[in-house]
Design a binder for this molecule. Structure first.
Ligand SMILES: Nc1ncnc2c1ncn2[C@@H]1O[C@H](COP(=O)(O)OP(=O)(O)OP(=O)(O)O)[C@@H](O)[C@H]1O
Length: 372
């Protein structure tokens, strides 16, 4: 995948911006708070229809404007696609080749990206919700059906939780209705879980190899799904649904007391281990960083495997943080195969020869000038 150009209107601190790209690597160079991350964020939003920094689209719209838009022509293996996304704060309009997409799940995936930002350490160190978000976003990029099931799951979950609350307040005694929600929720949960198991298994295979390479074979990285339900990968979907229904029955009294659903993919997590040690709890800062890097590099390979093309890589302020050995490893993965956008405050820490040949863009107060 190759992003040929990018046009922004009222996106963050860019009133109007039009850029063209013809190199595998682009460096966005500038002081703090000038708009470097905003450019990378716009590419991420164009791909996933969501920001990596905020759940509120309103923040993406330039102050004083009532919409933001992002447009780009992307070269894919089957030809060029024009992607357009407009954000109003109340909703989004997404177009592929001028055709408006009714469902965002049909739009997401037209461009695949992997973002590596300082916040990504949260995949290792953060709360379970951050790892769930990571899993959902990554599977969603390569599987529109996953996004569709996820959005249905969340809707049914909200209704089931409401019913539990109503039952607890004696406003509703409808155990029959609960039975209906249980079946719908269990069927969707099993679809999500099976995809997640598969994703984690594939991600682990790549991450293990990469991590071993980075650490000179000293560390074995493994990923483990932390399941709140008794569903396993070995069960058939029918068996899994039955297991889940039985589990809902078992926790019914506790769920009624809490007014919320206690088991299912919305409560799950995954852990990372290095040589069988929990990295989140016991890992050093360096081990946590390296594990996050291994996972990001694994994601690049996984997307290639799933969609047949390398995604675009966005490196936000992380390259100069890596020591030379890790920089080299990262750049070897990229080589000429992965189009990469890098934000950095300076080029001093970027030693690798590949970076010397990159296109340079200088960012200052929401304006970008090209090569100097
Ligand atoms: N919705 C918005 N409208 C206008 N300007 C905005 C909006 N949101 C953020 N900004 C401005 O964008 C700038 C921040 O840009 P960005 O986050 O890209 O910084 P950066 O160049 O990556 O800096 P750093 O190196 O510190 O990360 C700030 O000046 C901020 O005021």
């Amino acid at each position: 995948m190759f992003i040929k150009n990018l046009s922004l209107t009222h996106f963050r601190n860019y009133g109007q911006l039009s850029l063209s790209f013809d190199s595998p690597i682009q460096l966005f160079i500038g002081n703090n708070a000038q708009g470097k991350t905003n450019v990378l964020e716009s590419i991420y939003v164009l791909a996933l229809a969501k920001s990596h920094r905020t759940p509120r689209d309103k923040e993406l719209i330039g102050w004083g404007a009532d919409f933001a838009s992002i447009r780009s022509d992307v070269e894919r293996r089957y030809g060029s696609v024009r992607l357009e996304l407009q954000l109003t704060g109340k909703g989004k309009r997404a177009k592929i080749n001028g055709m408006e997409q009714q469902k965002l799940s049909a739009y997401v995936g037209a461009l695949n990206v992997v973002m590596f930002a300082p916040e990504d350490l949260a995949i290792v160190k953060g709360a379970p919700a951050q790892r769930r978000r990571f899993i959902d976003m990554e599977i969603g990029q390569v599987s529109p059906t996953y996004l569709y099931y996820l959005s249905n799951y969340n809707k049914v979950l909200a209704q089931r939780n409401q019913l539990l609350k109503d039952m607890a307040m004696k406003k509703s005694r409808s155990k029959e209705m609960l039975g209906i929600w249980n079946i719908q929720l269990a069927e969707l949960a099993v679809k999500l879980l099976r995809k997640r198991f598969e994703f984690l298994r594939k991600l682990e295979a790549w991450a293990k190899d990469i991590h071993s390479g980075i650490t000179g074979k000293r560390e074995i990285l493994s990923l483990h799904y932390v399941n709140s339900s008794p569903v396993t990968e070995e069960q058939t979907p029918e068996q899994a649904v039955d297991m889940l229904l039985a589990a809902y029955e078992e926790v019914f009294d506790r769920e009624l007391a809490r007014g919320s659903t206690m088991i299912g993919p919305h409560r799950d997590d995954f852990t990372l281990k290095v040589n069988d040690m929990d990295v989140q709890t016991y890992g050093s800062q360096g081990q946590q960083r390296t594990s996050a890097l291994s996972i990001k590099l694994a994601e690049i390979e996984l997307i290639k495997e799933e969609v047949g093309e390398y995604p675009v890589l966005l490196l936000d302020d992380v390259l100069s943080e890596l020591d030379e050995h890790r920089q080299t490893l990262l750049l070897e993965t990229i080589q000429d195969r992965v189009q990469t956008f890098v934000s950095t405050t300076g080029v001093e820490g970027l030693k690798h020869q590949v970076l010397q040949q990159a296109s340079r863009f200088y960012v200052r107060e929401g304006e970008i000038s090209g090569e100097r």
